[in-house]
Design a protein around this ligand. Structure first.
Ligand code: ZN
Length: 303
């Protein structure tokens, strides 16, 4: 009797160990690697065009380059043009959209903004207030990670279809006047067909900071508590600090939340160079981009 019990316990322990081992092996194999050096190269490339202020040559050329990279990985790439007032000027802007595995019913949307701010009005030096923001972190970082993710998704089919949207016109607003920000995502949400219901949406913004610590955005936690929990769990295993600041952040995920899409904002809002001329690549790191890339892939390939 005793021996049988010991044998039973031994058998159960073996099964448990096997289960744990096979489980961790499967998880490891299921999440493809993320090329952080490539992401940093893409961040630098965007900044090299100059500030991506709508209506400028740099913006136009950076947009074409972004589209060319996406087209390397999927034929389903398109522009969504719209008119709006950015930095006091009426200009045409365009969201850039790319779809992967369009036949898959279950879908996830990933987003970032590709424009940069027209003036560095939070720079400590007031003589710089009229200069545009280089937008290495505020703009280029999220796009860089998503361009690398596009290559990963092409190489290994995830359990869900993926739609990427790079919003334009995010950063031309006036503080205290909410309607003047997020022009691309507001337009996107307005014209989005009601039949389009992704499982959830993840927005990346300002995630390249060398000193990375994600903000706890109360809008995300409220709109998608389950997803937020999964994100924070993975942050712990990857080694991403999540701060307990608990602030409500107005970003491109908000118009989607208002249309009933469960959306979260992955953002490090504690960035001393925000809206200054010092938002340059040397304030960012490939390690931070790599951690965020890994985080998004873990969520995408988890089933
Ligand atoms: Zn900004």
């Amino acid at each position: 009797m005793v021996r049988n019990e010991i044998q039973l316990i031994a058998a159960l322990v073996t099964v448990y160990i096997l289960a744990v081992c096979s489980c961790s092996t499967v998880n490891k194999a299921d999440t493809p690697p993320f090329d952080s050096s490539k992401a940093f190269e893409y961040l630098n490339r965007q900044v090299s065009f100059g500030p991506r202020v709508p209506g400028t040559k740099a913006h136009n050329e950076a947009g074409k380059w972004i589209v060319s990279i996406l087209r390397e990985h999927t034929p389903h790439v398109s522009y969504q043009p719209f008119m709006g007032t950015f930095g006091g000027f009426e200009v045409e802007m365009k969201n850039i959209m790319a779809s992967f595995y369009p036949d898959k019913k279950e879908r996830v949307r990933l987003g970032a903004h590709w424009d940069s701010r027209h003036h560095a009005d939070l720079d400590p030096d007031s003589t710089k207030w009229n200069l545009p923001v280089p937008g290495a972190n505020d703009g280029a970082s999220g796009v860089a990670v998503l361009l690398v993710i596009a290559a990963v998704i092409e190489g290994k089919e995830p359990p869900v279809g993926v739609d990427i949207v790079l919003f334009d016109g995010e950063d031309g607003g006036e503080y205290g006047n909410n309607e003047t920000w997020l022009l691309g995502s507001r337009y996107f949400a307005k014209v989005m067909p009601l039949s389009y219901r992704p499982e959830y949406a993840i927005l990346l913004d300002m995630i390249g900071d060398k000193d990375l610590a994600l903000s706890s955005d109360s809008n995300s936690m409220y709109a998608a508590p389950h997803l937020w929990e999964r994100i924070t769990k993975h942050c712990e295993s990857i080694g991403i600090t999540v701060s307990a600041d608990n602030i409500g952040i107005l970003d491109d995920h908000v118009p989607l939340i208002e249309r009933g899409i469960r959306s979260v904002d992955i953002i490090d809002f504690d960035y001393p160079f925000w809206h200054t001329v010092s938002d340059t690549p040397d304030k960012c790191s490939h390690e931070s981009l790599g951690k965020i890339g890994e985080l998004v892939l873990k969520i995408l390939y988890e089933k």
